[in-house]
Write a protein that binds this ligand. Structure first.
Ligand SMILES: [Zn+2]
Length: 269
């Protein structure tokens, strides 16, 4: 059910992490990557909100209840709509410099005009142009945030989008955004696969060096084992073998492939 009070599902995962989940399929049934996982990383003095979700229902009161008196840092893992549309509830957001421009302006949601009527009605309030946060801070690879008892580092992870980031903590957690999860995976054009694989290799290397031991993806199951990174790496390599069997998905303007448990959408634009 979708209402102001029960749209989000909040759960404490451990000493440092809360998830705030919403179902993206409620916004348009073509999206099957439920739930969408937003996170709060909680230090003793500061907290990071990882992504702001679909922007339909008030998120900030939920976040404030979780963080109490702590200072809040809002970070977008990338600029796709399901991760940033709640930005307008917050004064400042951080996002990788490659995508800072996208979230500095109103974000058009006209592509969702065929969503269920109650959803369209909510976006109509904003004329289908969702306002940005007041201030956008560009992030660079390696930027760290000391939260008190836990430290977070930005890992630039291009592929899914050019400004995608992961967030690594010194407690061996890796927040993967849309770089890795179990579900329908959205990839850039085939020519850019080397970049996707390079990013996965970089993250696998963190696991090899025992710097991470759990993944916290932005969609579906959480947490996950880091072996997901290897599964993705292997299955993305197989797309070339089944290229002739590609189907066209009009809504996503993408080629669609089913390989093992993954459905891959490869952008045509
Ligand atoms: Zn997403």
């Amino acid at each position: 059910m979708c209402s102001d009070t029960n749209h989000f599902h909040v759960e404490r995962l451990n000493q440092f992490i809360y998830t705030i989940q919403e179902n993206i399929s409620e916004i348009h049934p073509i999206y099957r990557n439920d739930p969408l996982n937003l996170y709060v990383i909680l230090g003793s003095e500061k907290a990071i909100l990882v992504d702001t979700g679909c922007g339909l229902y008030p998120l900030r009161p939920i976040v404030e209840r979780i963080i109490g008196q702590r200072d809040l840092i809002v970070v977008n893992t990338h600029a796709h709509w399901d991760h940033i549309l709640g930005n307008h509830e917050f004064k400042e957001v951080y996002i990788h410099k490659n995508e800072a421009n996208i979230v500095s302006h109103g974000y058009s949601v006209f592509f969702l005009q065929n969503s269920p009527a109650k959803i369209v009605k909510r976006y109509e309030k904003y004329d289908h142009l969702i306002p940005p946060a007041e201030k956008v801070h560009p992030l660079e690879d390696g930027k760290t945030f000391e939260l008190g008892g836990i430290k977070a580092e930005i890992i630039h992870s291009p592929g899914h989008s050019s400004g995608s980031i992961c967030i690594q903590t010194d407690k061996k957690m890796l927040f993967t955004g849309d770089v890795a999860y179990y579900g329908d995976i959205f990839l850039p054009r085939r020519q850019e696969f080397p970049r996707v694989l390079k990013t996965l290799s970089k993250l696998i290397n963190l696991w090899d060096k025992q710097k991470i031991d759990k993944l916290y993806p932005s969609h579906r199951k959480t947490p996950c084992e880091p072996s997901l990174l290897i599964e993705l790496w292997k299955n993305i390599q197989k797309i070339g073998d089944v290229w002739d069997k590609r189907k066209y998905n009009e809504f996503f303007f993408a080629w669609e492939f089913q390989i093992n448990d993954f459905i891959f959408y490869v952008s045509r634009s």
